[in-house]
Design a protein around this ligand. Structure first.
Ligand code: PFF
Length: 487
């Protein structure tokens, strides 16, 4: 096996990896981003494509990433290089690791700004400054929070500092201790908001909005957004899951773990939708409000419910914690690479990364005030960071990962590493060889306007055909059959 020379630290408890991966996956993507992009892309049809992308593309990619990490025992760059070398393939493939590392870093530079919003709303809740704010004033409060660069910069800097302190200390202990109570706490808060939403008068509209399939509302752009968001929400192609996988002990089941993380992540996103949209509809707000959606809607719900201030405080505490457990995972790849290759201590790696990150995130933060007019093709710097990473870098990184796992590596490598029974293994192989790459390519081609078939209407058929083709292809493939019988 191609593992590094020195033993690598591993997760402490049996649940260490599951907790850490769930902590990375569940974050602002579920509670802040999922509702607002669902609102922008019209609801139900977007949600369905997103769910398909999670389970058809996301889970196989996640399994491959964890397998790369555990097999190669290193940062994405080192792990991919070791694993491809083991199959006698070129180290050039480690470029995928470089892209992932860069991607995680770029995501973090706008993520800290959003996490800063969460911290600042926590502060507003604590100081009672939102009490009595009406529906009409919520947008103004959000705007005012952003308008002052010193205020916004303070919060995003605070998030950067806390992230780097935790990363500097080593993620294992911090994460394993905290995610275990924070996740259930977040779920309880969301349930409470959902129950409140049921009595708000907007629940029926919310359910209809989220779950009724209206293909007309889905654009090519929306499909690419759904694909990109599936990668974002599962923390894929950005170094996080692969690096966490590199600390995974042998013997833990990669398949089962990936599916549990995907289910937990999806459940939280759907719950967030069910918590937020009733408030939106009951108050006549616009679901396509954009990035401020949860900050304009949830404080209204907290104002109207008994013990609302207390629940509001608890909610923003948990949201901020969920943001932190994701933030720390985004720099883990860079930090691990600096420590393994450049002789940095964890602490110096964290601080050096933090300084560069602070500079970029400050530029991103300025997009909401003094730099609001610095746009290119109508997008601010903040928008560009989000757009490039979610729409392009992550799907492309995912495509590279499945091509590598499905075609480039020797079949035995991942068959051993995944340790699956023949049938699930065949299913995984069919996914990484045909369904995931073709799914990604078809959505890309659609977004680029390569053909004019209305994919948004016909995609369920296409997906069904792809899955069938992939599975039959793998089942009849003699090479694979041989591989399976010589197991
Ligand atoms: N999955 C996180 C969320 O949904 O908030 C975001 C994220 C974490 C993206 C880690 C990428 C990453 F590497």
């Amino acid at each position: 096996m191609a593992s590094s020379e020195q033993p690598r630290i591993q997760w402490l408890g049996r649940w260490g990896f599951v907790l850490a991966a769930t902590g990375s996956a569940v974050g602002l993507g579920n509670i802040w981003k999922f509702p607002y992009i669902t609102g922008e892309y019209g609801g139900g049809a977007f949600v369905l494509v997103y769910l398909a992308c999670i389970f058809v593309v996301g889970v196989p990619v996640m399994m491959s990433e964890i397998a790369f990490g555990r097999r190669g025992r290193g940062s994405p760059i080192d792990a991919i290089r070791r694993v491809v070398n083991e199959s006698g393939r070129s180290s050039v493939w480690s470029l995928l690791g470089w892209m992932a590392m860069l991607c995680g870093f770029l995501i973090l530079s706008f993520y800290v700004v959003v996490a800063g919003w969460s911290f600042s709303y926590l502060w507003k809740m604590l100081t009672g400054s939102l009490v009595g704010t009406s529906v009409d004033d919520m947008a103004a409060v959000f705007g005012a929070n952003n308008a002052n660069p010193l205020n916004l910069g303070f919060w995003s800097t605070l998030v950067t500092l806390i992230t780097m302190v935790i990363v500097g200390k080593g993620v294992q202990e911090g994460i394993e201790k905290n995610v275990g109570w924070m996740m259930p706490g977040l779920v309880i808060m969301l349930l409470l908001l959902i129950v409140f939403g049921m009595f708000s008068g907007g629940f029926g509209d919310a359910v209809r909005f989220l779950f009724s399939f209206n293909a007309d509302s889905l654009s090519s752009e929306g499909m690419l957004a759904a694909l990109g968001h599936a990668f974002f929400t599962l923390s894929l192609a950005s170094g996080a899951i692969l690096t966490y996988g590199s600390y995974l002990p042998k013997g833990a089941s990669i398949g089962r773990t990936s599916i549990s993380v995907a289910i937990a992540d999806t459940a939280v996103a759907l719950m967030a939708g069910l918590a937020i949209f009733p408030v939106i509809f009951a108050n006549g707000m616009n679901p396509g409000e954009g990035p401020g959606l949860i900050f304009m809607s949830l404080p209204l719900a907290f104002q109207a419910m008994p013990l609302g201030t207390l629940f509001g405080i608890l909610f923003f505490v948990m949201l901020s914690m969920a943001a932190l457990t994701s933030s720390i995972s985004m720099v883990e790849a860079t930090v691990s690479w600096l420590c393994d290759n450049k002789g940095f201590s964890r602490r110096s790696a964290a601080w050096s990364t933090g300084i560069v990150l602070w500079l970029i995130s400050t530029a991103a933060m300025l997009s909401f005030n003094v730099g609001a007019d610095w746009t290119l093709a109508g997008k601010t710097f903040f928008d560009w960071l989000d757009y490039i990473t979610s729409r392009w870098m992550m799907p492309l990184g995912g495509l590279g990962t499945v091509v590598l796992a499905g075609f480039v590596l020797k079949t035995e490598t991942f068959r051993d590493e995944l340790g699956l029974a023949p049938l699930p293994y065949t299913l995984w192989l069919a996914m990484v060889r045909y369904v995931s790459p073709l799914g990604i390519l078809v959505i890309f081609a659609d977004a680029l306007g390569v053909y004019t078939v209305t994919l948004s209407v016909h995609w369920p058929w296409l997906l069904g055909i792809l899955v069938l083709m992939g599975i039959t292809g793998e089942l009849v493939s003699p090479r694979l059959r041989k591989a399976l019988t010589t197991r």
